[in-house]
Design a protein. Structure first.
Length: 367
């Protein structure tokens, strides 16, 4: 895919929001096209909010009753500038294809559009594309309300390369305990002394003139510590990975990380002109309980743990039994040297995060 001068995730949020708005505006019988999305983008990029009126259709006849549709877009400046240059939009054709495929095939969205277009009542539809605010309070990037209520699943949107769906941050030992013991039930207490020993020379307040040898040395202390806790978690997994306790905790951990335990969130990933999704209904945890797990631990480079799964699918409706196999999630330590502006200029600190990721081929999107 071509490299663009904007974040593809931000651009995707604008396209998905415009596509959802188009679905309501077109009414359910008319599929959304690229030109519909572009028409809405051309308007909303100039004002951040647009309004449309769409008549109800009763027995194929337009009613005098109209529904009001509002689309509001909040994007970082680079994404807005990118989309305003209409020739740039061909560079993200795959994202157009993905969001069009999603809105034209989503049964819940179709039923909602059908119901409000045929009820001969005035409805208020609000679509908001906004992944820039309230990011700690919700996982939703595209929010849709009908008459003030969240009738539809709210969309948490990912694009290729955007595997992360949760994180735990900071170098404190307590963060490692929360990740591996509280969330996953893995006993890593024996690693505490060695972990804290590795951090003796680490100074979280230290600032550097550049991302050079000195900051890299500080990051090396973080890496050494993370290797200790990740290795300990791997040792605990050896005896627990297929226990019922671990399966229960893993399912809840993934659901909470992806949705913040909001039952109205759908995780949607746009991939090469298509899409994958997971709504985390009861079938999700049933599938987790039916899986057979294995794992791998890497402590070279950035430490990581990958949990792989095998899910038997019984024969049904003439289809033979089969097995789904592949990665489920990856837990990865990430080390950064973020910049900080001071009165004397830009300086760099150091920081550690633990990313929880679902690769594009994750079974999360197949169950």
């Amino acid at each position: 895919m071509p490299k663009i001068e904007a974040n593809r995730g931000d651009v995707a949020e604008a396209l998905m929001g415009a596509a959802v708005c188009s679905k309501f505006k077109n009414r359910p019988t008319e599929p959304v096209k690229k030109s519909d999305i572009d028409q809405i983008l051309d308007s909303v990029l100039m004002s951040t909010i647009v309004h449309y009126a769409a008549p109800d259709i009763i027995k194929n006849v337009h009613s005098n009753v109209t529904d009001n549709i509002t689309f509001k877009l909040a994007l970082p400046g680079k994404a807005i500038a990118f989309l305003k240059q209409t020739n740039n939009r061909e560079l993200v054709k795959d994202l157009y294809d993905s969001v069009i495929g999603y809105v034209n095939s989503n049964k819940q969205l179709f039923e909602a559009c059908k119901n409000i277009s045929e009820n001969n009542q005035k409805n208020e539809i609000q679509v908001l594309s906004d992944g820039t605010t309230d990011q700690k309070g919700t996982k939703a990037d595209i929010k849709t309300k009908i008459d003030g209520k969240e009738v539809l699943k709210q969309i948490s949107l990912k694009v290729d390369g955007g595997d992360q769906f949760a994180q735990l941050s900071g170098p404190a030992w307590e963060t490692q305990l929360k990740l591996f013991t509280e969330h996953l039930g893995l006993n890593i207490s024996s690693a505490k002394y060695e972990y804290e020993k590795a951090l003796e020379k680490y100074d979280s307040t230290a600032k550097f003139a550049d991302r050079g040898a000195e900051s890299n040395q500080m990051i090396s202390y973080l890496k050494d510590a993370a290797r200790v806790s990740y290795k300990a978690a791997g040792m605990a997994l050896a005896s627990q990975i297929n226990s019922q306790q671990f399966k229960d905790k893993l399912g809840k951990f993934i659901r909470a990380g992806a949705t913040l335990n909001d039952e109205n969130i759908e995780l949607v990933k746009l991939t090469k002109g298509g899409y994958k999704s997971q709504s985390f209904e009861k079938e999700f945890e049933q599938a987790i309980n039916s899986m057979r797990f294995s794992y791998s631990v890497s402590t070279t480079g950035d430490p990581k743990i990958q949990i792989n799964a095998e899910l038997p699918i019984p024969a049904e409706n003439g289809k033979p039994a089969k097995k789904l196999t592949g990665p489920l999630i990856q837990i990865r330590a990430k080390f950064e040297a973020p910049s900080v502006k001071t009165k004397s200029g830009k300086v760099y600190g150091t920081y550690m995060r633990n990313y929880i990721e679902a690769p594009s081929n994750s079974l999360i999107y197949k169950i």
